[in-house]
Design a binder for this molecule. Structure first.
Ligand code: SF4
Ligand code: SF4
Ligand code: SF4
Ligand code: FES
Length: 213
């Protein structure tokens, strides 16, 4: 077991836990976005920041990728963490304001203003879809291309991939897509098709927000 200090209390977890896993074990909520249970942590969104260290020697780290170490001091709700978290959520809303997942995060964590230009992208580059395809569906139908502001998710050669099994897994885990679209038969604002792994629109919509068409 590893002993460390979490928000002032000395606690123990099995070796190999990340800070996020340890916090979840003790019921401490940390917001996440690129993290998805069952997929390899990616550490891309920096929403899960916590502060480690003490005195003048502290730093913010992504809790979903940072392993717990013996004697570590972790704080999850300092002013610095709360401030950084709000800035990350603000940026995420500015990139993809149509994501209900991100709007809910803004509401829950007290983000009331967006001070950066709204970009209205369809993707926040969290990589959940790529990892879902690769790790759970054993596919390589989608991936990241380019770098910096040109970075995006696409299929090889930007055409429909023969590697795609039309499983819908990428849509199921996508925080930008899953709660935005609705299929042709949906009777509410939310699409139940994706949630049940039966996307109802794949045969009828040309402009669907997924990689399956
Ligand atoms: S629908 Fe295609 S691209 Fe999406 S996870 Fe399944 S195999 Fe991969
Ligand atoms: S398409 Fe969705 S799941 Fe994939 S990287 Fe973009 S926001 Fe994340
Ligand atoms: S499969 Fe269809 S309904 Fe589901 S998210 Fe994609 S476009 Fe929307
Ligand atoms: S949830 Fe940890 S970096 Fe995205």
């Amino acid at each position: 077991m590893i002993t460390f200090t979490l928000n002032g209390l000395e606690v123990q977890v099995p070796a190999g836990y990340t800070i996020l896993e340890a916090c979840q074990f003790f019921g401490i909520e940390i917001p996440t976005l690129c993290y998805y249970e069952g997929l390899e942590p990616y550490g891309g969104c920096r929403l899960c920041l916590v502060e480690i260290g003490e005195g003048n020697n502290t730093k913010l780290v992504s809790s979903c990728t940072y392993p717990i170490e013996e004697g570590m001091i972790v704080r999850t709700n300092t002013k610095r963490v709360v401030h950084a978290r709000k800035i990350m959520i603000e940026l995420l809303v500015s990139i993809c304001p149509t994501s209900k997942t991100i709007q809910d995060l803004a509401s829950k964590f007290g983000v009331t203003k967006i001070r950066v230009p709204i970009r209205k992208e369809n993707c926040i580059l969290c990589g959940r879809c790529v990892r879902m395809c690769k790790e759970q569906m054993q596919g390589k139908a989608i991936g990241f291309v380019e770098r910096g502001y040109k970075k995006k998710i696409t299929t090889p050669f930007n055409i429909k991939s023969d590697d795609c099994k039309l499983c819908g897994g990428c849509i199921y885990v996508c925080p930008a897509c899953q709660l935005r679209c609705q299929g042709p038969d949906a009777s509410t604002d939310l699409c139940s098709g994706c949630l049940h792994f039966e996307p109802s629109c794949t045969n009828t919509h040309d402009d669907m927000q997924c990689w399956m068409g």
